[in-house]
Write a protein that binds this ligand. Sequence first.
Ligand code: B1M
Length: 211
Amino acid sequence: MNEESIKTALIAGQEKELCDLVKGELSNEESPKSILDTMMAGMNIVGSRFQAKEIFIPEVLFSARAMTSATNILKPLLTKSDVQPLGKVVIGTVLGDLHDIGKNVVGMMLEGAGFEVLNLGRDVAPERFIEAAKENGASIIGLSSLITTSMPQMKRTIELLEEAGLRDQVHVIVGGAPVTQDYANSIGADGYADEATGAVQKVKELLHLEQ
Ligand code: B1M
């Protein structure tokens, strides 16, 4: 796989070029998962450059838009639709947080593993997570947070779940770059994962499904 070209197009925010490269890799029978991993590595470089103030929000937005389009090409190949779902998962990025790329990757991986995923999007209020889990009979709520200021919304969602009397019926898993296992423990979450494959494993573990 031409990893460098993929990363370069992503970092430069070249949406069409990136999508063409991804389609080219797929026609060369490259695995969708390794293409996704390469793009995630490229996005980490974007993050480091943003942190170092070498690039700014507009550039990050272009990269994010390119990654979203390219990820949409991979989505049908990473998800399964013709099998009985293993369980229902409501997932979203918490209130005040607009980062959704990683959460979408986690959602896709869960779908790929055979779960039905209700993706609520980003900037999702705690009440909405509870409503959605209730309405759809979901057994898992997945909360994503990418900025430290939105992390308390995870705690709030767990508190509301308790208040709604649903805490023993719904497991909560949390993740996102600033979230840690210690933080997950401190807010009473049932699970934490630092990346998408780990999130799938955690959900299976919580539902006592075979690994
Ligand atoms: Co912003 N941003 N951003 N940003 N952004 C970060 C997160 C930041 C770390 C950059 C930095 O300073 N280095 C920093 C947060 C610092 C902090 O609080 N700790 C930051 C900041 C500060 C901001 C703004 C405040 C900037 C500003 O306005 N001054 C602003 C906040 C807006 C808001 O949310 N209210 C902002 C805005 C944006 C954009 C809109 C421009 C854009 C988001 C576009 C979008 O998502 N549609 C953006 C981006 C793209 C990033 C970086 C560069 C990349 C994030 C990403 O998509 N990574 C990011 C830097 C970085 O993370 N290195 C940064 C790729 C993705 C595949 O990884 O999301 O980590 P990730 O997901 C992983 C795991 O974390 C995990 O699995 C995923 C796949 O492996 N995971 C879960 C995620 N959710 C999970 C849930 C789970 C389990 C695992 O269970 C449910």
